[in-house]
Write a protein that binds this ligand. Sequence first.
Ligand SMILES: NC(=O)c1ccc[n+]([C@@H]2O[C@H](COP(=O)([O-])OP(=O)(O)OC[C@H]3O[C@@H](n4cnc5c(N)ncnc54)[C@H](OP(=O)(O)O)[C@@H]3O)[C@@H](O)[C@H]2O)c1
Length: 288
Amino acid sequence: MVASILGFGGSEIGYQQVGARTVARLLGTALDAGLNVIDTAECYDDSEVLIGRALGARRRECYLFTKCGHSRGWGRGEWRPAALLASIERSLRRLETDYLDLIQLHSCSLAELRRGDAIAALEEARTRGWARYIGYSGDGEAARYAVECGRFDTLQTSVSLADQEAIELTVPRARARRMGVIAKRPLANVAWRHARKPAEPYYQDYWTRLRALDYPFLRGAPDAAVATALRFTLSVPGVHTAIVGTTKPERWQQNATLLGAGALPAREFERIRARWREVAETSWAGQV
Ligand SMILES: NC(=O)c1ccc[n+]([C@@H]2O[C@H](COP(=O)([O-])OP(=O)(O)OC[C@H]3O[C@@H](n4cnc5c(N)ncnc54)[C@H](OP(=O)(O)O)[C@@H]3O)[C@@H](O)[C@H]2O)c1
């Protein structure tokens, strides 16, 4: 695969119940502008259905990534092979496609990975032609095991200004094995935009971390801050694509334009890494 460095993350269109017409416009204009990586999951409410409907005849213009393990909803993990294969079949129907480019185990535990049969289910899906490649999406020691076990083609993991564990723990190892690396939550949910601690728990850790990290450029113009954040993630050696989530049709092009400046200069990149090393607490693990 030759992936566009700016991908699309499909959780928000599902969880925030974005309308089908808006999703069609969002994906249509982004595909026109060069998007070719679309990531979603079995549990992001109607995200798969919205994407399948929006793509229609344009399915072959992009790589479709989805995940399995929570077909009854996030937090209700189900890792038996039969359940995983049923979930993948359902994803094929919902995405209106006869193959996935990538199927990922959706953040199962290290113990589940070690047991091995969830991975075997993905291998079976690949053998059946339901998916071209198989991957693990997750963080920490489980992600490290996923890389080192040698059975996955890709790793999807959190990489951002506010989440740098993977930069040392897993991404270099994945790179050495020539795996595809997908940066999830690549903008740290732009958590710095909230003046007060957000009520939504999903944003709280990054908000608290960013307060402590206090990067000076986050106090500047909003677009320049987003540009530095995204260029940082994409400057990490070994990261191939950043799947930014959005609900807005104009965002993909806006972010693509911000990336026109290319990788961050080495000095700027190192300053952000140094600040992290100085401030990050040992508890600041990769956030699922
Ligand atoms: N365990 C897992 O496998 C897992 C976990 C989390 C995420 N993911 C994947 O990673 C994807 C991305 O994660 P995410 O959506 O949580 O985090 P993210 O991409 O870091 O942040 C998305 C947020 O950034 C905002 N944003 C984007 N561009 C912006 C800009 N130029 N200016 C201001 N705000 C901007 C979006 O708001 P607007 O709507 O206003 O654009 C959205 O609220 C998900 O969609 C999903 O595919 C996977």
